[in-house]
Design a protein around this ligand. Structure first.
Ligand SMILES: [Zn+2]
Ligand SMILES: [Zn+2]
Ligand SMILES: [Zn+2]
Length: 483
């Protein structure tokens, strides 16, 4: 720290870079140079200079356990993606860089929409939070029952909501770990099939409502189901999906238009269609052990209409909250502190100390099952080894259909355009990127990655304290705005 602050000019340059990375705590370090040159004359209009300097770039990791500042940025973007589909959004002050737009017409706020939670079926009894009730009471007048492994099939505890035993099976040997891994691996396909069946259900329900025979093909000509979803890793080790689904009308001349659907297509119809589709859909699973299995949704199933009175921004926040979590978060735990700075670069020796709470046994067993199945020919191509720590879940945590709202890429482009437009003064000589959107200029750059993370614990501590100050300033500004 002393070394860093002893050179005031160097410190300011470095602190400026840290700020530009959004206070990322494990920035990617690049060495190289960039310049902006006039397309016709070749005259250099801006350059980063000699190329000895290190450029810090945000790691951009979505996970809260890896980089809290980058995860916070991601969560805000996720909120915009979710909320824009329910309320619309307009990009104010785009200026000449209209290409960077993440706008969604605000008429979408009047489209019928539902909020659905789709769960996995039961794979065996687990310790559960019952709102203060007994976990698995002995049936009235019944004797204490035992499973074939001699484990008592009841639990008289009243578990708290943060109890570490929650989600653990009463008997691990009775739990079908293979089914759980395969269910996780195929939940994406199960959802895809659900979105196809929804149109069949819509056609059937539309026939009832309109009194005319409506085919799937004709329903697809007038209705589109747009959605956004997040996958939440449950403590028992399977995934739940939280989905915002919205009904749009289809314009025959402009497939990109976002129109309200016909009046007979309301939220009740959409909710009913999703419920019907989820009830019938299934995916045959591969069989590494000779058992036939089909992935289906569980019976704990919740669909409710999002009404005009609902706080749609809050609902978006509820979904965004899951976007920075990891499906295998319990295994993932916090990254050890000494992994945050580049020990090799700093030339420091010594072993790594890890202070971790061991994961619950059933989650360790699930990850081991996924790793074991990865080598089985029936599971070839499922990439289970890579996703063993997510218990076989292979998809993204956050995803959406194309027409639901804006994209993460569009939001990033808007942010970049805003940053460039609000930079003090005219484009400075040292900033080639200020010319990125200038058609008369070409930006040439060459960078080489030299490492990840800060090069000393001192830098990391300084970066973290800058991040803290930034967070406090932001909070103070927000409180000021509220007052
Ligand atoms: Zn980061
Ligand atoms: Zn229990
Ligand atoms: Zn058992």
């Amino acid at each position: 720290m002393v070394e860093r602050v002893s050179d005031p000019a160097g410190y300011r340059r470095w602190a400026g870079q840290v700020e530009r990375t959004g206070h990322c705590i494990r920035p990617v370090r690049l060495v190289g140079s960039a310049m902006a040159a006039d397309r016709t004359s070749g005259e250099v209009r801006a350059s980063t200079g000699d190329g000895d300097g290190v450029l810090l770039v945000a790691c951009g990791d979505r996970r809260e356990t890896v980089c809290p500042p980058c995860a916070a940025t991601y969560k805000r973007d996720a909120w915009h993606v979710f909320a824009a589909g329910l309320t619309g959004r307009e990009d104010a002050g785009q200026g000449p860089r209209a290409a960077a737009s993440a706008s969604v017409p605000e008429t979408v706020a009047r489209h019928p929409a539902v909020f659905a939670t789709l769960t996995a079926p039961s794979f065996g009894a687990v310790h559960s939070y019952r709102d203060g009730g007994v976990c698995h009471p002995v049936r009235q007048g019944g004797k204490v029952r035992r499973c074939p492994h001699g484990v008592v099939r009841s639990c008289g505890m009243r578990h708290g909501p943060r109890d570490r035993t929650l989600g653990a099976p009463l008997c691990l040997a009775c739990t079908d770990l293979v089914s759980m891994v395969l269910w996780n691996a195929f939940v994406g396909e199960l959802w895809r099939r659900t979105t196809i069946y929804v149109y069949r259900a819509l056609a059937r329900l539309a026939s009832v409502r309109t009194g005319q025979a409506v085919t799937v093909r004709s329903v697809r000509r007038v209705l589109r189901v747009s959605y956004a979803k997040v996958a939440e890793g449950q403590r028992r080790g399977v995934v739940h999906l939280h989905v915002i689904a919205r009904l749009d009308g289809v314009c025959p001349d402009d497939p990109d238009a976002l129109l309200p659907p016909p009046a007979w297509a309301d939220a009740a119809l959409l909710g009913e269609a999703i419920r019907e589709a989820a009830g019938v859909v299934g995916v045959p699973l591969p069989s590494p052990d000779g058992r036939m299995r089909v992935a289906e949704w569980g019976t704990q199933f919740d669909v409710r209409a999002i009404s005009a009175g609902d706080d749609r921004r809050k609902l978006a926040g509820y979904l965004a909250k899951y976007s920075t979590k990891t499906v295998g978060a319990v295994l993932d735990d916090a990254v050890p502190r000494d992994a945050l700075w580049d020990r090799e670069q700093a030339g420091s020796a010594g072993g790594r100390r890890r202070h971790r709470v061991p994961p619950p046994a059933h989650l360790g067993a699930l990850a081991a099952t996924a790793a074991r199945l990865a080598g089985h020919p029936a599971c070839a191509g499922l990439r289970l080894a890579r996703h063993a720590s997510a218990f076989g879940y292979r998809g993204h945590v956050t995803s959406k259909s194309r027409k639901y709202s804006t994209t993460f890429a569009a939001l990033r482009a808007v942010r970049r355009a805003w940053r460039i437009a609000h930079r003090a003064g005219t484009p400075s000589e040292g900033d080639p990127w200020a010319f990125t959107d200038d058609p008369g200029t070409v930006v040439v750059s060459s960078w080489r990655m030299v490492g990840v993370g800060h090069t000393s614990l001192g830098d990391l501590a300084l970066a973290e304290s800058l991040a803290r100050e930034h967070r406090q300033a932001r909070q103070a500004a927000r409180v000021g705005l509220l007052e």
